[in-house]
Design a binder for this molecule. Structure first.
Ligand code: NDP
Length: 397
């Protein structure tokens, strides 16, 4: 029975709060804190007032330390934005409390998507005897666990991976992003990198396109190659991987809007001067776009996120496709959020369960593929995200 502090009351924070509240056997006390306390209170109201709420600026380490000392959690679940990761890790170090997040630290002024800053905390976390679990969402997160499962159970050697993320859902809006628009657009417009020949190879954003026939009635969709952070930790921790690629579906409509926004400079992440005031165009754009939280009741259809791992088993070439299908409307009925927030929030809670039950626990800074995938998946299915495993042939991408 543990006391947990959740930081961030956006789409993902809402799912995390709901899912923790469903597991009172593990999370006996739940505090939800964020920059805007009213958002925490609205989520607490959905849960019949059974959780505590607080206001915190997670960029202010002394404020965080004071809150952690007051709440005395066993674990801090960070589902604020990637910009806050290091501040929350600093506060955890100061108070001796374990840490979990779903996205790598990002500096405000450059889109990097890399783990270097957080891996640099390794010695400090180990010396303090506390644990940080990085990237416990779906991708990164479950995709790392699926790759670890392929390496443990289905292949003797993993040589290639394709991580494929499909949102086959529709929200009926002309243009909107399913999670924080700033992070989403930064990710999509960044230079593409994939792993091949022992190094990350660069290509222009969204320049490599394929058609992939998704299972379970979703059917063929366009997928585009882009860089995603889990490839960095996967090729480090599973060094037999010779090639790693990440693919995501985008509709023609989404890409049309994105192209125009990019061409007119609305996706810039640097400051521009306007009427004597400095503004960051992508932050202004975020203010104009629909709040991802508001898409929940509107979104229909499914997501399909998974990993195709190819390699050698018993001397023969083999591949395995491990994926999850999640239904937007079913998620909304359960936790009042669409599937993008759901598929991130549920693995965060399962990661927390792994840490609090000590099934995954060691001092230091860790990525998901470094622990036993089977115990995690045993919990993830019943919590709402079961996996499907298809062994054998699959068309090459
Ligand atoms: P939202 O923008 O919906 O929510 C972010 C929340 O963090 C908001 O409540 C916001 O407060 C709060 N916040 C922002 N800055 C601060 C601060 N300085 N102090 C305190 N609280 C702050 O984002 P999402 O819920 O969609 O995403 C949450 C995280 O999940 C992100 O890091 C995102 O990158 C990650 N993610 C990971 C995925 C994965 O599969 N691994 C997939 C999708 C998302 P306010 O309401 O005041 O703005």
């Amino acid at each position: 029975m543990s006391n947990v502090l959740i930081i961030g009351a956006g789409g993902v924070g809402q799912v995390v709060a709901h899912k923790c509240a469903q597991r009172r056997d593990i999370f006996s006390e739940i505090t939800l804190a964020s920059r805007t306390k009213a958002k925490c209170d609205a989520i607490a109201a959905q849960l019949g007032g059974s959780i505590t709420t607080a206001q915190v600026d997670a960029d202010n380490v002394p404020e965080l330390v004071a809150l952690i000392k007051q709440v005395q959690p066993k674990l801090v679940i960070n589902v604020a934005l990637p910009y806050q990761d290091l501040h929350i890790m600093d506060a955890c170090l100061e108070t001796g409390v374990d840490y979990l997040d779903t996205a790598n630290y990002e500096p405000l002024d450059t889109a990097k998507f890399e783990y270097s800053w957080q891996w640099a905390y390794q010695e400090r976390f180990r010396n303090a005897g506390i644990m940080a679990l990085l990237g416990s969402g779906f991708d990164p997160g479950v995709t790392n666990v699926y790759t670890a499962l392929a390496a443990k159970k289905y292949l003797d050697v993993v040589e290639e991976i394709d991580i494929i993320d499909a949102n086959a859902g529709s929200h009926g809006q002309p243009f909107a992003t399913n999670f924080n628009p700033e992070i989403n657009i930064r990710e999509v417009t960044a230079v593409c990198r994939h792993w091949e020949n022992g190094a990350f190879q660069e290509s222009p954003p969204l320049s490599t396109k394929r058609v992939f026939d998704f299972p379970e009635g979703i059917g063929p969709m366009n997928i585009y190659r882009l860089y995603h952070e889990e490839m960095e930790s996967l090729v480090k921790h599973i060094p037999t991987i010779k090639k790693a690629q990440f693919w995501m579906t985008f509709s023609d409509n989404y890409l049309k809007h994105l192209e125009v926004l990019q061409n007119v400079g609305m996706t810039r992440i640097d400051e521009v001067e306007y009427n004597g005031q400095k503004i960051v165009p992508i932050q202004f754009l975020k203010a104009l776009l629909p709040d991802p939280g508001s898409l929940g009741p509107l979104t229909k259809g499914k997501t399909c996120i998974g990993v195709i791992a190819r390699g050698i088993k018993d001397g023969k070439k083999k591949q395995v496709y491990i994926y999850n299908i999640c239904d937007h409307e079913a998620c909304y009925r359960e936790v009042q959020s669409q599937a993008i927030s759901y598929t991130t929030g549920v693995p965060a809670v399962v990661g927390a369960i792994m840490m609090l039950t000590k099934q995954w626990h060691a001092p230091g800074v860790w990525n998901m593929e470094q622990f036993d995938p089977e115990v995690f998946l045993k919990e993830l299915g019943p919590m709402g995200l079961p996996e499907v495993v298809v062994e054998g042939e699959w068309p090459e991408l």
